[in-house]
Design a protein around this ligand. Structure first.
Ligand code: FAD
Length: 396
């Protein structure tokens, strides 16, 4: 078998001769039945930033990217069925000429349905519609022993005990291989108004987030001045706001802003894309309630500045979810000390170490330190049931 190199956007990579790209679910099942006890790492579009899809030495890479059927179950009610290899871009194209809209939209068009569900992905419109979990009606999974299971259905309201499909949302390839998902789309929004708000002071920007959310916000994204060096290079702190209603006339008494069209969002998305090639970085994807977000972000900024780490803050501020990129110049020892303090601040503000990018291989130790004994026990018992031979990676 030829060697292939597997790399995502975390900085991890691995070259292997052990890989399998099934073209049908039955082929995947057969492979697993014929290879009992094999250690497995699942990958999709490899756009992840936490290393969860990159195999290590003893693991065989399985990627269902060739499972790529996408079809309506019922176009009238916006219900569609997508194999796990279908990409975000393919869903966008599929819906273009319809009245339906898929609100998840992670930054990378190559992201697959399997990867988005396994990471509980989100995007700018998660503010209005929730993360991808809110759109999922049913999930089909193949377990490590080859058994195919289905959870949920096309009904939108079910109360038959525990919602087992939720176990696989955010499971990051540790419980089974997601092979098919049924989604419910949202009706397309008729009118969207885009605005760009500017602030001289980052703290003033942070205080404005809850106020701007009251303007019937569909999305609210933000970036501090340093982050804009990767896009428009303007010397200001910015909030991009989209609303379904025009802003009230008196908004200009309180804020400095301009009316824009949708292309303004490119200024925001260019940041994440352009920084990829700047310097090695660590991506910290923190998430807070809006009650603690401002004080947490200020404390984290102060910590990184005190330790002289080059850093930028931007992200889905309306959701309290910030992407903090630290360019740590390969100074591991200094960075590890700072990271411990960073995580302490996150927990002191009742925050989480990931809002959408997941744990993967990069953040495992941080995640373990912060999780409760009950969480760990519950996860281990689920893992024991679904993957008793521990063929898939594990959070613990
Ligand atoms: C510039 C940039 C911007 C980004 N912006 C966003 C954003 O706005 N929102 C967001 O949510 N993410 C964002 N991401 C992260 C990334 O695009 C998402 O995490 C995406 O959902 C990963 O999908 P993937 O198919 O590439 O998965 P991969 O990277 O291939 O895998 C990610 C994880 O999912 C698991 N997995 C993959 N397929 C399956 C499957 N079929 N069954 C079970 N487990 C599976 C893997 O084991 C791994 O743990 C961004 C990344 C970049 C580089």
């Amino acid at each position: 078998m030829d060697e292939i190199r597997i790399a995502d956007h975390s900085g991890l990579s691995y070259t292997t001769t052990c890989y399998f790209f099934p073209k049908k679910t039955e082929e995947l099942q057969l492979f697993l039945v014929n290879n009992p006890l094999k250690k497995i790492r699942i990958g999709g579009g490899l756009t992840g930033v936490s290393g969860g899809a990159v195999p290590s030495e003893d693991e065989c890479f399985i990627s269902p990217t060739f499972l790529n059927n996408l079809a309506w179950i019922d176009q009238d009610s916006g219900i569609l069925e997508a194999d796990s290899g279908v990409t975000m871009h393919e869903i966008d194209v599929f819906l273009k000429q319809t009245n339906w809209f898929f609100p998840s939209m992670p930054g990378m068009p190559k992201a697959t349905v399997g990867g988005m569900v396994a990471n509980n992905g989100g995007g700018p419109y998660s503010l209005k519609y929730g993360k991808i979990s809110s759109a999922i009606l049913s999930i089909q999974v193949v377990l490590a022993n080859g058994q195919k299971c289905e959870f949920g259905g096309t009904a939108t309201k079910i109360s038959e005990g525990i919602d087992f499909k939720a176990i696989f949302i955010g499971s990051e390839g540790t419980l089974g291989i997601i092979t098919k998902v049924i989604f419910r789309c949202q009706a397309k929004i008729k009118h969207t108004y885009f605005y760009r708000f500017v602030f001289e002071d980052f703290s003033e920007l942070l205080s404005s987030v809850p106020v701007l959310l009251t303007y019937d916000a569909l999305l609210l994204e933000a970036a501090e001045q340093d982050a804009l060096h990767f896009s428009s290079n303007k010397n200001e702190h910015v909030i991009w706001l989209a609303t379904s209603l025009e802003l009230p006339k008196d908004a200009s008494n309180y804020f400095s802003f301009s009316r824009e069209n949708e292309t303004i969002m490119e200024e925001r998305f260019a940041i994440g894309k352009n920084l990829q090639t700047y310097k090695p970085f660590i991506d910290l994807d923190v998430s807070f309630g809006l009650n603690t977000a401002k004080s947490a972000i200020i404390a984290l900024k102060e910590l990184l500045t005190q330790h002289n780490f080059e850093n930028i803050f931007f992200g889905h501020a309306g959701d309290g979810n910030w992407h903090i990129h630290v360019f740590f110049n390969d100074d591991r020892a200094k960075w590890d000390t700072c990271l411990t303090k960073f995580d302490l601040i996150v927990r002191q503000h009742q925050g989480f170490i990931s809002g959408e990018h997941g744990i993967g291989r990069i953040h495992t130790n941080r995640f373990r330190k912060g999780s409760s004994p009950t969480d760990q026990a519950l996860y281990k018992s689920i893992k024991q049931t679904l993957d008793p031979n521990h063929q898939l990676p594990s959070f613990y």
